[in-house]
Ligand binder design. Structure first.
Ligand code: CUA
Length: 350
């Protein structure tokens, strides 16, 4: 009895650790185990079915094994040879038919879901179309129906089906929003993949790159923000408004020559790199620096602090990204540009 108690005491820290680790598994903005939309729910249903069948097999197989080990163990003095069952038709049929039945139970709904989830909404007039292009290490979101190109934050109206056309500008990445849907590979070249999802509830959902794509693969996050339909319409209008350059002429000149050669704001600049329109009202800078004072986030800070950190040393935030070394700014210019960008907000939520 004493020994058993010590065993439990030794396991206690491990148990406490597991509780802490597993507690994050149900996060509504991040977890496949807490689905927030019909696509993720269907996928979660398949997971539950598969795990139930597996658990059932494991329990029965282990129970029989232990029973046999104990019941038919060799007893002292017993020299007899047990009854031989090699070539038993009855047993062979049993252990062939049962797995076939289990595979059918698992296979039918899986194939059904595969077809359901690959339904093409790209021609559906009710669906919102988004072309997703992955880059090392950021996400571009284009809304062809509205002529909008943005980055890192996918704004969607609640309840509507979002029809995704996914491709890559460089290497293979994978588009994944754990609590809403996933995943779909984004391929280089002409091999475009399609998927769809919807978010019935307003909220911000975390997106991830799910394919090893380089040193900053683990930092290639994005956000999906679901807003009500009228907020979405206001966002569509707001992001198309012209944007003024920084009011300080020296900062404006630096911003135009160093930043707008690649980036765009409003109708100005080059479209090759993440569009910065409305960056001040996004949830994060560079997808990974979360704009909040909440210490539960590892890389948190105000939007200004995060912009300052990012522009000062992008290599430190996201190793291997293409912004590194692409420009050369004085501390004063960095501060001015970070301030200007942090105030570049889109007002669409009420
Ligand atoms: Cu992009 Cu991993």
């Amino acid at each position: 009895m004493m020994k058993r108690w010590q065993f439990v005491k030794r396991l206690a820290p491990l148990m406490a650790f597991m509780v802490l680790v597993l507690a994050a598994c149900g996060r509504a903005d991040l977890s496949t185990l807490n689905p927030q939309g019909p696509v993720a729910e269907e996928q979660f249903g398949l997971m539950k079915l598969a795990i139930t069948i597996m658990a059932f097999v494991v329990i029965i197989v282990f129970a029989i094994s232990f029973y046999v080990i104990i019941r038919f163990r060799r007893r002292p003095g017993d020299k007899t040879i047990p009854k031989q069952v090699e070539g038993s038709h009855k047993l062979e049929i049993i252990w062939t038919v049962i797995p076939i039945i289990l595979l059918i139970i698992l296979g039918v709904p899986t194939v059904q879901s595969v077809f359901n989830l690959s339904k093409d909404y790209s021609q559906d007039p009710e669906a919102v179309k988004v072309v997703v292009t992955s880059h090392q290490y950021w996400w571009e979101f284009e809304y062809p129906e509205y002529g909008i190109k943005t980055a890192q934050e996918l704004i969607i109206p609640t309840g509507k089906t979002i029809s995704i056309e996914a491709k890559s500008a460089d290497v293979l990445h994978s588009f994944w929003i754990p609590s809403l849907a996933g995943k779909i590979d984004t391929n280089p070249g002409a091999n475009v993949n399609f998927m769809h999802f919807s978010a019935p509830k307003e909220g911000v959902y975390l997106g991830k790159c799910a394919e090893l794509c380089g040193p900053s693969h683990g930092l290639m996050d994005f956000k999906v923000k679901a807003v009500d339909e009228s907020s979405f319409d206001r966002w569509v209008a707001a992001i198309q408004e012209p944007v003024a350059l920084p009011s300080d002429p020296a900062i404006a000149a630096a911003f135009e020559s160093k930043c707008l050669s690649c980036h765009a704001v409003g109708d100005k600049g080059g479209p090759a790199y993440p569009n910065l329109t409305g960056i001040g009202s996004r949830q994060s800078v560079a997808g990974i620096l979360v704009n909040t004072d909440d210490p539960q986030y590892e890389n948190e800070g105000s939007v200004y602090d995060n912009l300052h950190k990012w522009i000062s040393n992008p290599e430190e935030v996201k190793p291997g990204n293409q912004m590194t070394g692409a420009y050369d700014l004085t501390e004063q210019e960095i501060e001015g540009i970070a301030k200007y960008l942090s105030e570049l907000k889109l007002n669409y939520e009420q």
